[in-house]
Design a protein around this ligand. Structure first.
Ligand code: ASP
Length: 322
């Protein structure tokens, strides 16, 4: 090795170490790929506070919306790998490769993995004045008004879209979908009566359901939720095997130094142990992952398994975008 190369190698090691030692010395951006006010945003803003406490610097949420979460993921994949940009996304990371013919990032090679975050159930809801009071009446209403009924979602790659597709295929009706940049803005239109139905996570819907601002027709888990004990599952109402539970993961751009990732992982686990978060998650029937899932391997192994699970299902359903 030439003296110059040796010097450079030493500098990369020493400077990397120095960077990790002083990290973080400014605020950290936590990108989420959906609009403010929606379920992913709720999770991110809740975690940002204790994570910032653990890291000693503020964690600031940035909403990079659009294309079902793929715009935010692309931005993070191309960000500097210095620990100042991190990413929270849900299971859309595992469905995007099959849904998009051209994807500008590879979930399995363009990121570092920090750990799994939360598992959140979904609910099937509708505007509160829809003339139906149970799932069978809702299905009958949809069938009688097929051309008129609209289903709001957050675009191809979003879980609201996936759940909506599963619902449409389970009842055999092709409902019109209206894509939003997140289910936060979609919820505003549902409350205003501009759209009819939506599938969305409990992190946004439980308070709305309890306040009677929307009607609920079922939950997407195989067991009823403690937060909504009187709401039947879709499975028990005849949509056999209907199950979606939304897992989340935290990522950083590929090449982020290991000691920096370690500090972020410590902050993630600190947040998940926070009493306020634990209590809120219980109220929303969401689960904090087991300790071995809140690790890089726990996330990467799960992501790979989910890509392998959803790929064939999506290809068989023939849904994809350019
Ligand atoms: N619930 C959205 C989804 O369908 C995302 C969001 O706005 O948080 O993926």
């Amino acid at each position: 090795m030439t003296p110059i190369k040796t010097l450079l190698t030493v500098c990369v090691l020493v400077c990397g170490f120095a960077h990790a030692q002083s990290y973080p010395d400014k605020s950290i951006t936590l990108v989420i790929p959906f609009a403010a006010g929606g379920p992913t945003d709720v999770v991110a803003r809740m975690m940002a506070i204790p994570m910032g406490k653990s890291l000693g610097q503020p964690v600031v949420v940035e909403n990079v919306n659009g294309a079902g979460g793929t715009i935010g993921a692309t931005k993070v994949a191309r960000s500097a790998p210095n620990g100042y940009t991190i990413f929270l996304h849900h299971m859309g990371m595992s469905t995007a490769p099959a849904l998009y013919k051209k994807l500008n990032f590879d979930p399995l090679t363009d990121f570092e993995y920090i750990g799994q975050v939360l598992d959140v159930p979904m609910t099937l809801i509708a505007r509160k004045d829809i003339p139906a009071n149970n799932l069978q009446e809702l299905i009958a209403y949809i069938k009688a008004n097929e051309q008129k009924v609209s289903l709001a979602d957050a675009g191809l790659g979003a879980v609201s879209n996936l759940c909506g597709l599963m619902f449409r295929s389970a009842i055999g009706v092709n409902i019109n979908t209206i894509p939003y940049k997140g289910t936060g803005p979609a919820m505003n239109d549902l409350l205003g009566g501009q759209v009819d139905i939506m599938c969305d996570q409990t992190t946004q819907t439980v308070p709305m359901i309890k306040d009677g601002r929307v009607k609920v027709f079922g939950v997407t888990t195989l067991k009823r939720l403690a937060a909504l004990p009187n709401v039947p599952t879709l499975d028990e109402q005849g949509l056999k095997g209907f199950e979606v539970k939304v897992w989340h993961g935290m990522y950083a751009p590929k090449g982020t130094p290991a000691p920096v990732l370690q500090k972020i992982n410590t902050a993630l686990r600190f947040a998940m142990a926070d009493e306020t978060i634990k209590q809120r998650m219980t109220e929303l029937s969401s689960d904090i992952p087991a300790a071995d899932k809140m690790t890089a391997d726990g996330l990467k192994d799960h992501l790979r398994a989910e890509i392998n699970k959803w790929g064939p299902i999506i290809r068989k359903a023939g849904v994809s975008a350019d």
